[in-house]
Design a protein around this ligand. Structure first.
Ligand code: SAH
Ligand code: SF4
Ligand code: F3S
Length: 466
């Protein structure tokens, strides 16, 4: 079997997407057809789906929430853990059934999974009914792939990094908060992580392009931007013009957009200059996601994380001191190869000390092609689950304690949507990224409002308009 041409890495160049190529010829073919798009994974994928939606609607498609009613089903996939992979192949089973009933249905798989050769092979061998496959570096080729689709599986992937595209257009999910890519890829190569392979080497966008995008968003009425990258505080290290994340953050703050957030920060790249800028500007939100991964120096070293528990704690304490009222969340992996009970206890100690506002906790999952996958995955699933459970109990305890501090306080909330609680309740986020349900506020969606907190749970707050 011949694998498709996985185009190799090339020199980084800046390119513009050519929107005139989405011309009327395409519209004639697709006008009024429906697409169903399912997105797995992190904010990168959510934002990439906004780009995909732009292309599809430009071609004349309309979105449907009902897969059975669609002409195109697209799965934007994630490869971070085995269960993400399993979910997609499970869902493909449903697509296959639907295709039996609707032979003209076009099924597409994109995102991080097809960036792995083993997945492409599996798709070719076991899922030949999948029509189009593309990766994370060539989303703009979707229109071409759709038009040329002709009953044979069409696979177009760039194996490593591609160009940096500017002037990308999106159908954004929200009218009030927007994702802004500041960089693509990741150079950290933590030993367990697939992202550097699925997203390629780090490529930063130029500062002036990012600032222009934020200015445009502000003009369009957006209240909040989240600067997006796998490792945002390494921003600029791949550019020749000595730009840094601190400079970028300051330039974005000076646009005076009301709220600025950023994800994700790597502790190793967190400079004092960045802390100074966050402390200086009121429109940079006091919320930092600072992944710990493990509290054991031995495991951190095996993970290739480049910091010790002591260095992490020094940074954590500096952030707490320098940024008033800052809320900090984290990511933690349990059951990394050779993690002993003592190593795990070190992680629990750090969690007890940091009293995080929240944490995403994961069971280690070996990923093909990563250095850690060559280490013996020698902690039983039972042990991993037991550790996860013990960790979550402590994490949730501190989430609740931190949230309870908000009781009877007045906080600023950007209302972004209806809440599931009731027809008259809206929901939004505090400056510190706490989810708040606000009664009788449905007509205030899109505004930043003062809210008195009346109830606090581990994962959300309730409140009423002041
Ligand atoms: N760039 C971010 C996060 C990337 S992925 C960072 O460096 O922090 C999000 C989280 O998934 C990671 O922080 C890590 O906790 C988790 N993760 C990544 N690879 C994993 C794996 N192989 N098994 C379990 N969890 C993993
Ligand atoms: Fe993965 Fe590490 Fe890069 Fe985060 S910093 S995306 S965990 S390699
Ligand atoms: Fe998953 Fe790709 Fe994000 S692997 S976590 S969707 S970068």
């Amino acid at each position: 079997m011949n694998l498709p041409d996985m185009k190799k890495a090339k020199e980084r160049t800046n390119k513009e997407v050519k929107y005139e190529e989405l011309n009327h010829e395409y519209e004639e073919v697709f006008k009024g057809k429906k697409f169903f798009l399912k997105t797995y994974g992190c904010q990168m994928n959510v934002h990439d789906s906004e780009e995909i939606k732009f292309y599809l609607t430009s071609l004349g498609f309309v979105e449907t929430e009902d897969m059975n009613d669609s002409d195109v089903v697209l799965l934007n996939t994630c490869a971070i853990r085995e269960n993400a992979h399993d979910k997609v192949f499970g869902f493909l089973g449903r697509c296959k059934h639907l295709k039996r009933e609707k032979p003209d249905l076009i099924i597409g798989v994109c995102g991080c999974m097809p960036q792995q050769e083993s997945v492409v092979e599996e798709l070719m061998k076991k899922h030949p009914y999948v029509d189009i496959v593309f990766g994370t570096h060539n989303i703009h080729e979707l229109p071409k792939l759709l038009l040329k689709n002709n009953s044979k599986q069409d696979i177009e992937i760039y194996s490593i990094e591609g160009d940096v595209y500017e002037n990308v257009k999106y159908n954004r999910d929200s009218k009030y908060t927007a994702w802004v890519n500041i960089m693509y890829g990741c150079d950290k190569f933590c030993t367990y992580c697939i992202v550097p392979y699925t997203r390629g080497k780090q490529r930063s966008r130029h500062l002036k392009e990012i600032v222009l995008e934020v200015e445009e968003l502000k003009k369009d009425g957006y209240k909040e931007v989240t600067l997006l990258g796998q490792n945002v505080n390494a921003y600029g290290k791949d550019l020749n013009d000595s730009e840094s994340f601190a400079n970028l953050l300051e330039a974005v703050a000076k646009t005076n957009i009301e709220r600025i957030r950023f994800v994700t920060s790597h502790p190793w790249d967190f400079t004092d200059e960045v802390i100074d800028v966050i402390a200086k500007y009121n429109n940079i939100m006091p919320y930092i996601h600072l992944p710990l991964q493990s509290g054991s120096n031995r495991i951190l070293k095996l993970m290739g994380r480049r910091y010790t528990k002591e260095e992490y704690l020094t940074l954590f304490n500096k952030l707490k001191e320098r940024i008033p009222n800052v809320s900090i969340t984290t990511d933690i992996i349990v059951g990394f190869p050779n993690e002993t009970e003592e190593d795990f206890q070190d992680t629990l100690d750090v969690v007890e000390e940091c009293k995080y506002d929240g944490a995403f906790t994961f069971i280690y999952s070996p990923r093909n092609g990563t250095p850690a996958s060559l280490m013996k995955d020698n902690i039983s699933l039972e042990e991993k689950e037991e550790r996860l459970h013990r960790l979550n109990e402590i994490v949730n305890k501190y989430s609740l304690i931190n949230n309870q501090k908000y009781l009877n306080q007045t906080v600023k909330v950007l209302l972004i949507d209806k809440s599931e609680k009731s027809d008259t309740t809206a929901c939004g986020y505090t400056e510190t990224m706490k989810l708040v349900n606000v009664e009788n506020a449905i007509d205030r969606i899109g505004q930043i409002v003062d809210v008195v907190i009346t109830d606090a749970k581990s994962f959300s707050l309730n409140g009423k308009l002041k």
